[in-house]
Write a protein that binds this ligand. Sequence first.
Ligand code: ATP
Length: 307
Amino acid sequence: ILQLYQPLNDFGSYYKSIQKNLVDMEKMLDLMHEPVEVKDPIKPTPLNVEKGEIEFRNVTFAYDERNPILKNVSFRVPSGQTVAIVGPSGGGKSTLLRLLLRFYDIQEGCILIDGIDVKEVKQQELRGQIGVVPQDTVLFNNTIKYNIRYSRIDGTDEEVAAAAVAAKIHEKILGFPDGYDTKVGERGLRLSGGEKQRVAIARTVLKNPQIVLLDEATSALDTSTERHIQKSLQQMTVNRTTLIIAHRLSTIVHADQILVVKAGEIVERGSHDELMQRENGVYFKLWNKQLKERLKVKSKIKRLGRA
Ligand code: ATP
């Protein structure tokens, strides 16, 4: 009976892995491919992002007209600054990033980069100048070199290596069986969550965009890996205009501005210190909730250590 069931079990896990890959694929397509309804303008305005200033001006948006998602959202990210977006799940944080990349057209208002409406620009040109570090990095079944170079296919071997150095994954790669030619992904060397994030950082460094969008991973890595990744991420964002969706508030304490997005509206905005002044504000409550959770985990670790 056991033998009879074996192939079925194998098929079950195979199916699960396909399903998971499809989900990853879907996420990537979500970021890389435009829905058909978004069209390039007939006479596009050239975009050469220099300052990388971002402005959302009275943006109203719905995926489906009956269900408005963003309501009259306005904010500005000055050149080189970091703005963090926080707030409850489903509030519209990812939607803001998707709209900046113009995966959808908005119903009202406008979205400007260096004063140019994203609607007036060729989509390829727009997306070519914005770096994206997603929650989960998709790896292709190909060499680690190919996986890094993917963000700028004309990057030389030296540039790929320099990007890997900046992402602090170069040494690791040199230790792989075939160095930069080692196959990674589902059918090759499996990389850890932290390593995959470093590949994403290397891709962005190689692409060298003036604007970076960062979707912080929700799945927590172990604390020391997390801290190291944070450092690499921070270095990557120096002098680049950065919009970051943050789940752990502790990582965005130093952001120039924090936007609290709830049910499609910016309900609070300011620096960490300013927002902490508003006792009983959304941010203040969220911070204290996460603080309690952190303390709980700490005391649990302590207890386990004593046991
Ligand atoms: P989370 O923190 O859970 O990622 P979020 O704040 O990023 O959430 P969004 O992903 O922007 O939220 O979603 C905002 C709302 O839009 C949600 O109610 C979601 O169900 C809805 N939504 C997202 N994508 C689509 C889509 N493609 N079609 C229709 N509705 C969508």
